[in-house]
Design a protein around this ligand. Structure first.
Ligand code: HEM
Length: 386
């Protein structure tokens, strides 16, 4: 358990978190960063224009052409402009007309395979859906297998060996990006590759943009689907509540699960100026702050009583903050949050209705070193064979 939770008198109330103990034992914020734990402190920083992005490799990033840098690493006006240029990929219309058919087709394939074999590996199934949707957003759908693409991005992210990373990046470019660029040059569409081709992005800039989406869109959603499925399998009454709920009710359940087990442990910001009045005490220009999403999401001042317990009605009670810090806040708040929620909702709604569906083997958790987030692996689901 983290400090904020240990110190809380609420610690005796039911604790439905699956990953808290695991992450607290292993994850630690970046060295030389100070930690912000309250919801108010976290939100103030995430919304402030006096801080810059310090997550990922942002502090080492050399921004020679801000037009070609992934907007994750940008701030201020230039960030705002780039965010506006991608807004079209994330509209409700795009979600329904472009991604719903992909999610439905992926689920048809997955459920048919599951029922034919009688069992399947949960995180592999989740990966297929998340990879197919992100491949569509990127425009990599024409460049072969989305799963292979997602696996390569995952390997690039995991490896500590620079030579291996270089080899994998080259392979990724040749197998996935180059064919997509060739196709989109003649037939541009509304996707990231078409945009980058039109704007003349370098090979390296294209790689960074695809890898950012791969991590931001595929890895996070894959883990969240696994975590949410685990919650539903673990508590039959929750599964029943989920299956009986309408779309809005299902989203509220998913947000509550994500509040308890956020995929992101820490977000990072560096102060541009002295912030003497910051909510959790003065911050000096140049200070790096680790924003502890897990602690902020169980802050009783905002989420109410019994913060460690799942409460299906909590969203109703705290409407103003009902997505908590699950997807961040402020200018960098996740643009893909709705895409992720739709993918997860549709995945679980289909999976949980399969006759005889059960968790045959619970997952193991692994800590992803570079993001300090949990990964859900090796869970096996089983069902009646057809
Ligand atoms: C459950 C799944 C997801 C979670 C938990 C999640 C979480 C987050 C969080 C916390 C941030 C804020 C980072 C920061 O403030 O430093 C973020 C940013 C981002 N996410 Fe997501 N995300 C998810 C799914 C997706 C999907 C499906 C996509 C796209 C396909 C996506 C694309 C992005 C991008 C591009 C950013 C950078 C935004 C910016 O810097 O302006 N995410 N995500």
């Amino acid at each position: 358990m983290n400090d904020a939770v240990q110190a809380s008198p609420e610690a005796k109330t039911p604790d439905h978190r699956m990953s808290a103990g695991f992450v607290a034992e292993r994850a630690c914020p970046q060295p030389n960063s100070r930690v912000t734990r309250t919801f108010a402190g976290a939100r103030e920083l995430l919304r402030s224009s006096d801080v810059r992005q310090a997550g990922g490799e942002a502090m080492k990033m050399v921004i020679d052409n801000p037009d070609h840098v992934s907007f994750f690493f940008l701030d201020g006006e230039v960030h705002k402009k780039r965010r506006a240029s991608v807004a079209g990929y994330f509209t409700p219309k795009a979600i329904v007309t472009r991604y719903h058919p992909i999610i439905n087709d992926s689920m048809d394939e997955l459920i048919a395979d599951l029922q034919a074999k009688g069992s399947g590996i949960l995180d592999e199934m989740a990966l297929l859906v998340a990879a197919n949707v992100t491949a569509e957003i990127l425009g990599l759908d024409c460049s072969g297998n989305a799963m292979a693409m997602a696996r390569r991005i995952h390997e690039i992210r995991r490896t500590d060996d620079p030579a291996e990373a270089k080899r994998l990046r080259e392979e990724f470019y040749q197998l996935h990006i180059a064919p997509a660029v060739a196709a989109r040059r003649d037939d541009p569409r509304d996707d990231v590759i078409s945009y980058m081709t039109k704007e003349g992005y370098s090979k390296a800039a294209m790689m960074i943009e695809c890898a950012t989406y791969g991590t931001a869109g595929v890895s996070t959603t894959r883990e969240f689907i696994g975590m949410a499925a685990w919650h539903l399998f673990a508590r039959t009454e929750l599964k029943e509540q989920f299956l009986a709920a309408d779309e809005a009710g299902q989203f509220a359940i998913l947000q509550e699960i994500l509040r308890l087990d956020p995929v992101t442990s820490y977000l990072y910001r560096v102060a541009d100026v002295d912030m003497p009045d910051a909510a959790e005490g003065p911050i000096k220009a140049g200070d790096v702050v680790a924003i502890d999403i897990r602690s902020a999401n169980v802050d009783t001042a905002v989420v109410g009583e019994c913060p460690l317990a799942f409460d299906g009605d909590r969203a109703e009670k705290v409407r103003n903050v009902a997505s908590y810090l699950n997807f961040g806040d402020g200018p960098h708040r996740c643009p893909g949050s709705q895409v992720a929620l739709h993918e997860t909702r549709m995945f679980l709604d289909r999976l949980m209705r399969v006759p005889g569906i059960r968790l045959a083997k619970p997952p193991v958790m692994i800590l992803a070193n570079n993001t300090q987030s949990y990964e859900i692996r090796e869970a096996v689901v089983a069902c009646d064979k057809v």
